[in-house]
Write a protein of this length. Structure first.
Ligand SMILES: Nc1ncnc2c1ncn2[C@@H]1O[C@H](COP(=O)(O)OP(=O)(O)OP(=O)(O)O)[C@@H](O)[C@H]1O
Ligand SMILES: [Mg+2]
Lengths: 267, 270
């Protein structure tokens, strides 16, 4: 355990160095969120009751998504990990008395956490200071907030487990570029990154909610804003736990089986 | 004790001609070919031996080292190292070995070298006292004082190689696999590293398998030489036996040349 924690810490400290990139990210993410909210406001002013989420829930959803974009998105990958599989540098990771799967899990989680630590608070700070219709609201209760935190942790786990599957698919194909090119837009849509899931057709909603994508940012963002409450919140968190375990097992299996045919290039 | 018996390893490679059309054609059906890197090799290494594992480019040296260190699975054959099968018992097995791949880096690129060392200490669960003793010994012998606080990316090739070797030794491995560890080193560093490996071997009885194209490394270190060519073990003997092939050799490289020619392995085959 300590080994993986040290690995996490190493990567965390290292990524915290990139402050300038973070500043640029904060600006863009804030601007994007602001524009999106303006757009929805225009729609809501026409037929407020035609929408599946209240405007204030939606506003909180958008600000949180922007603040935690680096934690919950499905498209952040470390090029270095793909490269090390292709050029054989993974050799050094394989002579360590540790599981490659958990070393890379820790590392991937660390990158996400550090990027988020640099970005989330300025966005949230300003979002809370903004006036009522477009400003961020406090959660309805401290219980809701606790559920949000827990669900957020689960989302980080599910998302990282998902990216691990993409990394280890590289053991089987020469390049993961194709897989990434398909997965990036599809998963962005299915996780509710473009449009919250309640806005989608009912039939789709059912499928997505049961899929691993519904167990990602969809859960904590809707729990916080009061769109999912009570027993429904419990259910969705159980689904998150299920997908965390399932995706982790799939990733581990891919890694174990891939090791047998891995050619470890170079030297 | 390292036992290798009838070890065979093949790679499936796809190849195509150069150029745009060839790459388009390759999209359809890929021409694959099997390359035999190791062809039924067997040998045994006793504890405390330093074995020079030599042979021309493409002979199969690195493939052997990768199998011995547990990161490649062979097609067939048996390997046991102190009773463990490297690729099967990988996690348990690798605590006892140290590996240097001269072509690669294990140090984290943009943090000071010492941070990488501390991470290795945690990964190997090295005892505090052992770690500190090894660190100070390595720092002194390999002259690392000024390098430890420098980020890896700012080190020269030779400075980095000294740190890489130190990194592989911090956890007190009983067996060392060195795949071209003296690449890019100046005379002073080479001599320091050879002396240190000798010392480790003498004081701790560390077993060493060394691959290199620098025949001076082999002369200075190896009690025993294993010659591999086209995936087969061609000779197993002492450095003195090699000298008999060309007693009046002008340089060690010339001696190696005659050795390879004697066994018909002058051209590395791909
Ligand atoms: N990952 C790989 N995929 C395909 N073929 C490989 C791979 N690694 C090695 N080979 C082939 O296997 C053979 C043995 O290679 P190996 O790297 O073991 O040689 P070597 O003795 O270390 O050579 P060198 O002295 O040049 O480092 C070569 O013919 C090489 O082309
Ligand atoms: Mg080699």
């Amino acid at each position: 355990m300590k080994a993986y924690f040290s690995y996490f810490r190493m990567r965390l400290i290292h990524s915290l160095q990139y402050r300038t990139a973070a500043l640029a990210g904060v600006a863009t993410q804030f601007f994007w969120g602001f524009m999106e909210i303006q757009l929805y406001r225009a729609f809501y002013s026409e037929h407020a009751d035609a929408f599946p989420m209240t405007l204030s829930s939606l506003v909180s959803y958008i600000w949180l998504r922007q603040a935690f974009l680096m934690l919950f998105n499905t498209w952040t990958f470390e090029g270095e990990l793909f490269k090390s599989i292709l050029d054989g540098n993974v050799a050094y990771e394989l002579v360590r008395p540790a599981d490659l799967y958990f070393m890379w899990f820790a590392r991937t989680a660390a990158v996400r956490v550090s990027k988020t630590l640099l970005r989330f608070w300025p966005i949230l700070l300003v979002a809370f200071l903004l006036p009522a219709p477009i400003g961020m609201q406090l959660p309805p209760s401290t219980g809701t907030f606790a559920l949000f935190m827990l669900s957020g942790f689960l989302t980080l786990g599910v998302t990282v487990a998902f990216t691990m599957i993409v990394y280890f698919s590289c053991f089987y194909t020469v390049s993961a570029d194709g897989i990434r090119a398909i997965l990036t837009p599809v998963s962005e849509l299915l996780t509710g990154g473009l449009l919250p899931i309640p806005f989608m057709p009912a039939f789709f909603q059912k499928i997505i909610t049961l899929s691993p994508f519904g167990a990602m940012m969809n859960a904590p963002l809707r729990i916080y804003s009061g769109n999912i409450t009570g027993i429904e919140a419990g259910k969705i968190m159980l689904l998150q736990l299920f997908w965390l375990i399932a995706l982790t097992l799939v990733g581990m299996l891919l890694q174990r089986r891939g090791m047998k045919k891995l050619m470890v290039a170079g030297g | 004790m390292i036992k290798v018996k009838n070890l065979t390893k093949t790679y499936r490679v796809s190849r195509r001609d150069a150029g745009f059309w060839a790459s388009v054609k390759a999209l359809g059906k890929r021409e694959t070919k099997t390359v035999t890197a190791l062809d039924n090799i067997s040998f045994t290494v006793n504890p405390g031996e330093i074995v020079g594992y030599i042979g021309p480019n493409g002979a199969g040296k690195s493939s052997t080292v990768k199998i011995l260190s547990g990161i490649l699975t062979p097609d067939s054959g048996e390997v046991t190292v102190n009773g463990l099968i490297p690729w099967k018992h990988r996690k348990k097995y690798v605590s006892d070995i140290g590996v240097v791949f001269g072509q690669r880096t294990q140090l984290w690129w943009d943090v000071p070298v010492i941070d990488s060392f501390e991470l290795l200490k945690d990964i190997y669960k090295t005892d505090d006292a052992v770690y500190r003793r090894n660190l100070s010994l390595l720092t002194e012998r390999l002259d690392l004082q000024l390098l430890l606080r420098t980020p890896t990316r700012q080190l020269s090739l030779g400075q980095r190689m000294r740190c890489e070797i130190a990194a592989s030794l911090l956890h007190d491995p009983k067996i060392l696999f060195l795949d071209e560890p003296t690449i890019g080193l100046d005379a002073v560093s080479k001599i320091a590293i050879r002396a240190f490996i000798k010392e480790l071997n003498r004081e701790k009885g560390t077993t060493v398998i060394l691959t290199t194209h620098d025949m001076q490394d082999v002369e200075a270190l190896s009690d025993r030489i294993l010659l591999i060519g086209n995936g087969r073990i061609l000779m197993d003997g002492a450095f003195e036996d090699v000298k008999k092939i060309k007693p009046d050799y002008a340089s060690l490289d010339e001696l190696a040349f005659h050795l390879y020619r004697r066994y018909g392995i002058t051209g590395g085959e791909a």
